[in-house]
Design a protein around this ligand. Sequence first.
Ligand SMILES: Cc1ncc(COP(=O)(O)O)c(C=O)c1O
Length: 391
Amino acid sequence: MEFDFDKVYDRRNTNSLKWDKARDNHHGSDELPMWVADMDFPSPEPIRRALIETAEKGFFGYTVDKRDDRQIISDWLLRRHGYAPDPDDIALCPGVVFALTAAILAFTAKDDAVMISEPVYYPFSSMVKDTQRKLVRNELVKDINGRYSIDFDAFESQITQNEVKLYILCSPHNPVGRVWTKEELERIGNICLDHEVLVVSDEIHADFTFEDNRHIPFFSVSPKYEKEFITVTSPSKTFNMAGLQIAEVYTHDERKLSRLVKAMAATGYSEISVTGLAAMKAAYTQCDDWVDAVVRYIYDNAMHMESYLREELPMLKMTHPEGTYLTWVDFSALGLNRFKLEDLIRNDAKLWLDAGFIFGDSGAGFERFNVACPRATLDKALTSLHEAILK
Ligand SMILES: Cc1ncc(COP(=O)(O)O)c(C=O)c1O
């Protein structure tokens, strides 16, 4: 089936965080938003149809998922990633950040150490600090081609020195675009097992992988992991439905799952929505061809951006993405401090990107672009950037 990802939609005045927040604060109304991980493509047609059918029934009461619904999740994960959690090992909840925060609360105590690998999705550091845990910042290392990896000696010694209790794994990794290999995941898992560190694997970007890179579910690496660790994921990135608030957690350790579910319930807001569930079922059963097509389109956008920067703005270095729809670009050769760089991006190029430093100190000098948009939007952004830099 053909899908039209080139079509540009006007998302202003739709209560879109990505589009309308810029207009409501100091960023100005003509700024092009390429920040938050939200795609400028409408969700696939089966999801829209499922929502219309739900609306037509007219009942929006409290919602409960059934085993058959969780079987759908398991079937999707098996079909797309080769790992099928038992439906009884899965619990649904409203969001990934919500579930990660609940896991920190459930499995660690105040002042316990929680480790993350920076630069990384910035809510990871906020949730550790907001729950009054000690934040341990493991730094990813970069080779001469800008490819990031984990320094496993530092990783292990930071765990032992700080007595880390929980590690939040971002797999694939936002914003550096790494799709971790089996060997890397095995080293992470084995070090964490050796030191009794609970790994919570955030696999929300799993469906976006390019070239020969394949997402490897953490639990598929070893049967020990599915009994010891926790995975959190969601259809929200893949199907552009973050506003529908639905995500899933799973682990083969029944006690851990029930402890996590209790921690989520203790927030007083852990139930799923009738719309989120209907959309999830349609997403995971009727949209495989759309996902294949959208991933191809995003990869082409990323490659288009990579070659544009190489040819037109060679002082900017883009990390070659293995996955996600976020690109990570090093602006440090421009020699601008944090404020001057933001001034260039916001006021001269009229773009709203996510500044690298918010992902951790090692992200300073970088910018993260969201390339899940029509090619024309991406071209507009690249041209504005070009003019702002070379003016
Ligand atoms: C790694 C990662 N985890 C979680 C989220 C957000 O998930 P949710 O909206 O379900 O809280 C994002 C969104 O960009 C993300 O990149």
